[in-house]
Ligand binder design. Sequence first.
Ligand SMILES: [Zn+2]
Length: 441
Amino acid sequence: MHQRKFYHPEIEKLNRKAIRELQNERLRWQIRRCLAKSEFYQEKFRKAGIQASHIKTVEDLLHVPVVTKQELREEQLKHPPFGRYTVAPKEKWRELHPSTGTTGTPVNTIWSAKDVENITEVTARTMWSFGVRPGDIVQNGFSYGLWVAGMSTHYAAGRIGCFVIPIGASMTGRQIDYMLNPGSTVLFCTPSFALHIAENLRERGISPEQLPLRRGCFGGEGGTETEATRKKIEEGLGIDAYDYFGLAEIAPTFASECTEKSGLHWAEDHYLIEVINPDTLERCAEGEMGVLVITHLTREATPMIRYWTNDYARYEAGKCACGRTHGRSVGGILGRADDMVIYRGAKFYPIQVEKIVRGYRELGDEFLIELTKDEKTYADVCTVVCECLSSDMDKSALEQRLRKELREELLVSPEIRVENFGTLERTTFKAKRILDKRPKA
Ligand SMILES: [Zn+2]
């Protein structure tokens, strides 16, 4: 089993035509049961004038209206606590996983026993694809509890046959202790926490070569596929770093990079991926950037049909060098609509700032985009705050270079403020990159 390259070879190497046929069949099953059992979907389809018999293939799905997070929130407020889209009967429910958004009421998602099983299998498959094998010591630095990724990684590591250290997203010092003894070989956490651990490692004077750690997979926020960030994590911890993706409403850890590091592979037998142009609501051509819209093909308890994720990505169906046939999003998640900054008419995402800031050896890993109002003109002011590693550095020269590069990337010139190292807040969970200090109107 150790030597096997694929976890589910019969599924992972399925040809595109067979993948599509499987999706069509599972989609028909899902639509039928949602329209039979869920008043939420019945109402939605009725308003759009669509019946179950109209949806025969993935192509027909384009006529079905999308589901937004706001809609789910309102549905749960009107029909507490779970809304009318729980399709599986109560006795099949096993786990509750509300979304962990920083704003608004969390949206409740339920996993049935079969959902837990599918999530475990898909996560084990993704973990296998970036090289996790039986006997690995897995340090799970994803947050346990309500957040989905902690549980799925824990279940899947056990399924593969790994020894798990369920440390969760805290205790930076202890994280390093376990890396030394018993010597974990695989690390899971958010990319910002990985950089924070690397920073501590340096401070303790421990060289990455002293650690048995050999790979890590990082999710919960984008960034691992930003080359500068990947390089910092890989050098700082002495590992190969891979990108992970999940969403509370859809599933944890259901898309990851393989050892080729050439984009997030989707598990297309369980999740139907569409990339939609937000202006026209048409499907984007392959390789074109749009919003990810995801449909549950096998989810029992709280299935989503065309969930509008607000995450921007591209999609490619071409076969990967690893031999897997499931589609990929090269470059990972390219931005979240919620995180978009509009400044002097230009639109940009924190990930673009990250790309520039982390390319500087003189700068720390942390950065913040601060939004304020000019007291005199009352115009918006956007300031990129970062940290220089050494305090006797010529900050103004550094700021000048940064300003030029940021202008080229963002097409607008933010203010720059270079602080001393250690000024910005560190996080063990998801980093907050935008601080809006503008007075609320
Ligand atoms: Zn691949």
